[in-house]
Design a protein around this ligand. Sequence first.
Ligand code: ADP
Ligand code: ADP
Ligand code: MG
Length: 453
Amino acid sequence: MSLKRVLIANRGEIAVRVIKACRAMGIESVVAVSKADTDSAAAHLADRSVCIGPPRAGDSYLNQNAILAAALGTKSDAIHPGYGFLAENPRFVRACEDHGITFVGPSSSSVEMMGNKLAARELAVSYGVPVVPGSPRVKDLKEAGTTAEKIGYPLLFKAAAGGGGRGIRIVNSKGELEAAFTNASAEAEAAFGDSTLYMERYVVSGRHIEIQVFGDSFGNAIHFGERDCSMQRRYQKIIEEAPGVMVPEDTRKKIRAAAVELVQGISYENAGTVEFIYDIDRDEFYFLEMNTRIQVEHPVTELVTGVDLVQLQLRVASGESLGLSQDEVALSGHAIECRINAESPQRSFHPSPGRITRWRPPEMEGLRLDSHCFEGYLVPPFYDSLLAKMIVSGKDRTEALEKTRVALLKFEVEGIETNISFLSFLTSEPDFKSGNYNTRWVEQNIGRFLPQG
Ligand code: ADP
Ligand code: ADP
Ligand code: MG
C-alpha cells in the first residue's frame, strides 16, 4: 500500500466509515472538519482533525482551497471525498491531480463525462445501453411543448446537472407543462447553478435498479451485482437492498452486462454506480445516470459480497489492481438498509436537528450500524439529515426483512424526531414484503401512515 495518510473531505457517517477502512489498512487518517464538527465522532476517531472553516458547507466542506491546503499542510497523500459535497466536482478532482494529491475516485475526465446527465445519456447510447425515450436539452417552453407531444404524458423534466432527487418534476398532462418547466428550471438554477433541463418519458411502474461497478488502472472492469432502491419518497431513496430479487434473473444479467460495457468503454477507474429504471410492465430497463463515487447504500453490497468497497477504493487509488475477477465475486444472502434521518414525518419530513438525549440502537446478529451519532450528540442544522444507516442481512429476503422490522421497533432515539416510525410502517406493509411496489408506492400510500394528510 503506497498511501500513508489520507485526508477525508467529508463528515457524518461516511467520514467515520472511511476512517475505519484506513485504520484497517494501516493508513493514517486526517479528517477535515467545519467549526460545527470539531467535536464529532469523526474528529475523535481520526488520527488528526483539521478545521477548514465555518459551519456553512459553502465555507468549509465545499471550500476547495481550504481542503487542498489542509491536505498539503498535513502531508496527506490522498483525499477521500465520500459522497455529496465535492465528490463529483471535476474542478476539485483536477485540482487534486494538479497538486499531486491522489483523489480516491475516478479521473477528473470521468467525473466530468458523467457529471452532466444529458451528456451521460448520450454516452450510454454510444455504448449500446438503452436510455429512457426522451429529449436533448429543452431550450424553452415552446420546445418543451413540441417534444412533449412526441414523448407522450406523463413525462419528467430533469436537471442536466441534477442529483439527490432535486430538479425533477413530473408532468401528467399538457396543462401542467408550463408550471413544471418554470419550477424545475428555477430549482436547478438554485441548487446547481445550471438551469439546463431535459425530458424523459415517465416510467409509470418502475423499479430503481443500480449496478455497483469498479474499474482499475489496468483496464479491468467488474460489477458487484445490483441494488434495488425502489422505496423512495420524492425521488430520494429510503430503503435499499441487495440483490435485486424482484427483477427477473435474466433481465438482471443484462443490466449488469450493460453497466460493465459502459464502464469498460470509458476506462473508468475506482468505484461507481450505474443507475437504471426497470419498467415492470414492459420488462425493459433504461440507463438513468452514473454516480462517480461511493454511494450511501454501498453497505448492502458489501454484506452480500463480503467485499469491503471502501478499502478497495483505497487500494485501487494507490495504483493496485482490483485483485479479483468477475468469477470471484459471489453473492450470498440478502441485505436491507434503512436510512434513519433526523426529520419529522408529521411535519412533512422537515429536518429535526438538535440534541440527542437517548441513542440506543438495537444489537442483533447480522445487524450493522453505520453512524456518527451518540447519546449527547448535537445534530447540527447545517447539513443533510442522515443519522445512521441500519443494515441487516439474512439468509434470504424474508429473513432480512423480518429482522429489519424487529430491529426498527427496538431502535430508541430521544431528543430529536426521526423517521423510524415511518420505516416501521414501510417494512410492515404486505406490499413491501411481497415486493409488490414500485417507485411511486410511498406517494400513493402515505395517506394511510399520515391520515390527516
Ligand atoms: P446515493 O446516490 O449515494 O444513494 P443520494 O442521492 O442520497 O445518495 O446522495 C448522497 C448525497 O450527495 C446527498 O447529500 C445528496 O444531496 C448529495 N448529492 C448527490 N448528487 C449531488 C449533486 N449533483 N450535487 C450536489 N449534491 C449531490
Ligand atoms: P438524481 O440524479 O436526482 O439521483 P435520477 O435520474 O437518478 O436523479 O432519478 C432519481 C429517481 O427519480 C429515480 O430513482 C426514479 O425513482 C425516478 N426517475 C428518474 N427518471 C425516471 C423516469 N424516466 N421514469 C420514472 N421514474 C424516474
Ligand atoms: Mg440518481
